[in-house]
Design a protein around this ligand. Structure first.
Ligand code: TYD
Ligand code: MG
Length: 476
C-alpha cells in the first residue's frame, strides 16, 4: 500500500489539495490551506471497514408523523426566528461576530427554558464555567437550573448528556472549539469542525434533544469552517449588529421547519439582551424630518413590516469620476436606480457624488426600497424636504415603471400605526385593492398611487417649490 500523504485542506471551503498553495483554487481564499493528517477526512473510515450493509425497512409518505411539540423559549423574538420554537431533535447553528452577544442570547434562552422545568445543558468551550456563571449572575439568571460545563471533547459531552434525563436543549458554545477523536486533525480545523458537528447532529437525531451550535464568522461575515456544516444542520441563523448601535438582529438564513426570512430584533442593554417588540419605532427614533434627502421606506422583513429611513446626500463632485458610497443597501441597485433616474426622469446625477445610507445600521435587500431611495436622492438633489408623514415603497423597473410590492396592506397598516398619513406606492392588482380598502377604513393613511418614476419626480419637484423659500431651516 502506498504511504499515506498528508493533505492540505482549505479552512474556508473544505477543498482538498495535495500540496500547499497560497490561494485555494476552489473558492479563491488566500492563505487558507492547512496541512491535516492523512487519515483525517470523510471516507477514511469507509476504506477501513468495508463490511456488507444491513437491510432496513422502507416506509411510505403516509406513515406516522406526529409533530413533536416545539420548545418555546419564551423570548418572542427568538421564537419568531425559529419559526415557533425549537424543534426537538433538530440542530440550529447560530453565527455572529465576536462580542455581538451570542453567548448572552443563548444563556438567556437557556435560563428561560430551565425555569420552566426543562433540562437544559450549556457547554462552553471558550469560557470557564466561572465566567459563564459570572455573566449569568450579572443578568440575574443565577437561580435558573441550567446545567453548566466547560468541555471540548465531543465524546465526553455526548457520554455525559446520554447519562441523565434527556435534555430538552443543549447549547454548544462554540463548534470551533470542539474536538473529536474520530478525526486526527487539530481542533479548529475544517475536518475537526465537520466531524464534531456530525457527531452532535447524530446525537440530536437519536436522542430527540434540540442542539444549538454557536459558530464563529470569518472577516467577511460567513460562518467559519466548511459550508458543509451549514448543509448538515437543520437551521442557520446569523446574529448581526454593529458596534455603533445597541440593537442586534437575529436573521434566519436557513430553516427546515419554518420560514427563512424572519428577523428577531434585540437591544443590548446593561442587563443583557432585551426584545424589541416594535422595531420600526426604534429605527425611526431620532429622525430629523426637516432636512432634505431623507425618505421613509415601508419595508417588510419576513412577515413583519419594518419602517426605516433612507438618507441620501447628493453633492456636486470635484472628482473626474464621482463617488458613490452606499451603506446598508446594494451598490449595484443604486447604479441601476441612478441610470433610471437619468434616463426616464431627466435627473442629472452624472456630475454628483452620491452617498446613500440606511439609518440605524439596518441592511435592506428588498427591491421595494427603490422608490424610497429614489425619493431620497431627488430630495437631496433638489433641496425639497419630503413631508414628515410620508412613506414610500415600490420597485423601480429599468423602463421607469414602478411595480407593486407584496403585502402593501401590511406596510400601510404599520405606517398608520406610526402616524404616517401619506404613502406613495404603485397600485397593485389585489394587494393594492386591499390597501385602498384599508386606507379607506383608516383615513390616517392615504395611498397616492403612482405608476412611473417620472410622476414621483414631478411630485417631489413640486414639493421643492413649496419648501424652497425656507432654505435656512433646511440648512440648520
Ligand atoms: P457575548 O455574549 O460574550 O458575545 P459573543 O458570545 O457573541 O462573543 O457578548 C459580549 C458583549 O456584550 C460585550 O461586548 C459586552 C456586551 N454585554 C452587554 O452590553 N450587556 C450585558 O449584560 C452583557 C452580558 C454583555
Ligand atoms: Mg461567546
Amino acid at each position: 500500500m502506498a504511504k499515506a500523504r498528508s493533505s492540505f485542506i482549505c479552512q474556508n471551503c473544505g477543498a482538498v489539495a495535495v500540496r500547499w498553495q497560497g490561494k485555494c483554487e476552489a473558492c479563491g481564499a488566500w492563505n487558507s490551506l492547512v496541512e491535516e493528517a492523512p487519515s483525517a477526512g470523510i471516507g477514511a473510515l469507509a476504506a477501513r471497514s468495508a463490511k456488507k450493509g444491513r437491510v432496513f425497512a422502507l416506509e411510505g409518505l403516509t406513515g406516522e408523523s406526529q409533530p413533536a411539540p416545539r420548545l418555546l423559549s419564551g423570548m418572542a423574538e427568538l421564537d419568531r426566528v425559529t419559526g415557533g420554537g425549537f424543534v426537538p431533535g433538530s440542530v440550529l447553528l447560530i453565527g455572529g461576530e465576536p462580542g455581538i452577544g451570542k453567548s448572552t442570547l443563548l444563556i438567556q434562552a437557556c435560563a428561560a427554558l430551565a425555569r420552566r422545568g426543562e433540562r437544559v445543558v450549556y457547554i462552553s468551550g471558550e469560557e470557564a464555567a466561572a465566567q459563564v456563571r459570572l455573566r449569568a449572575d450579572r443578568l440575574g439568571l443565577s437561580d435558573a437550573p441550567v446545567e453548566l460545563a466547560a468541555e471540548t471533547s465531543v465524546e465526553d459531552i455526548i457520554a455525559t448528556l446520554s447519562a441523565g434525563r434527556r435534555p430538552a436543549l443543549v447549547v454548544i458554545d462554540s463548534i470551533q472549539t470542539m474536538w473529536t477523536e474520530a478525526a486526527e486533525a487539530t481542533p479548529g480545523t475544517v475536518t475537526q469542525v465537520r466531524c464534531a458537528a456530525q457527531a452532535l447532529i447524530r446525537y440530536a437525531k437519536l436522542s430527540g434533544a434540540c442542539v444549538i451550535l454557536v459558530g464563529h464568522v470569518t472577516k467577511d461575515g460567513q460562518i467559519a469552517g466548511p459550508r458543509v456544516v451549514e448543509h448538515m444542520v437543520d437551521a442557520v441563523a446569523s446574529f448581526e449588529g454593529d458596534g455603533a448601535h445597541h440593537f442586534r438582529i437575529l436573521r434566519n438564513v436557513k430553516n427546515r421547519f419554518g420560514p427563512t426570512d424572519e428577523i428577531g430584533v434585540f437591544e443590548m442593554t446593561g442587563a443583557g439582551l432585551s426584545e424589541v417588540a416594535n422595531p420600526s419605532a426604534l429605527f425611526l427614533a431620532g429622525r430629523d424630518g426637516s432636512a432634505p434627502g431623507a425618505a421613509v421606506f415601508a419595508g417588510m422583513e419576513g412577515t413583519r413590516p419594518l419602517l426605516v429611513e433612507i438618507q441620501a446626500l447628493v453633492a456636486p463632485s470635484a472628482l473626474g469620476t464621482p463617488r458613490r458610497a452606499v451603506v446598508g443597501w446594494d451598490p449595484n441597485r443604486l447604479s441601476m436606480l441612478v441610470a433610471v433616474l437619468e434616463t426616464h426622469g431627466r435627473v442629472r446625477l452624472g456630475q454628483h457624488d452620491i452617498y446613500l445610507n440606511v439609518a440605524g445600521g439596518v441592511k435592506i435587500s428588498e427591491p421595494a426600497a427603490d422608490l424610497a431611495a429614489a425619493a431620497a436622492l431627488v430630495s437631496s438633489l433638489t433641496g425639497a424636504v419630503l413631508p414628515q408623514d410620508m412613506v414610500f415603497f415600490g420597485e423601480v423597473g429599468l423602463s421607469g415603471a414602478i411595480r407593486p410590492a407584496p403585502h402593501a396592506n401590511l406596510r400601510l397598516k404599520e405606517a398608520a400605526k406610526l402616524g404616517f398619513s401619506h404613502a406613495v406606492a404603485p397600485p397593485g392588482p389585489q394587494e393594492g385593492e386591499a390597501a385602498r380598502k384599508n386606507a379607506g377604513k383608516n383615513p390616517a393613511t392615504s395611498l397616492r398611487p403612482i405608476r412611473h418614476i417620472g410622476e414621483a419626480i414631478a411630485d417631489i419637484a413640486a414639493l421643492g417649490r413649496a419648501t424652497a423659500p425656507r432654505p435656512a431651516r433646511a440648512a440648520g
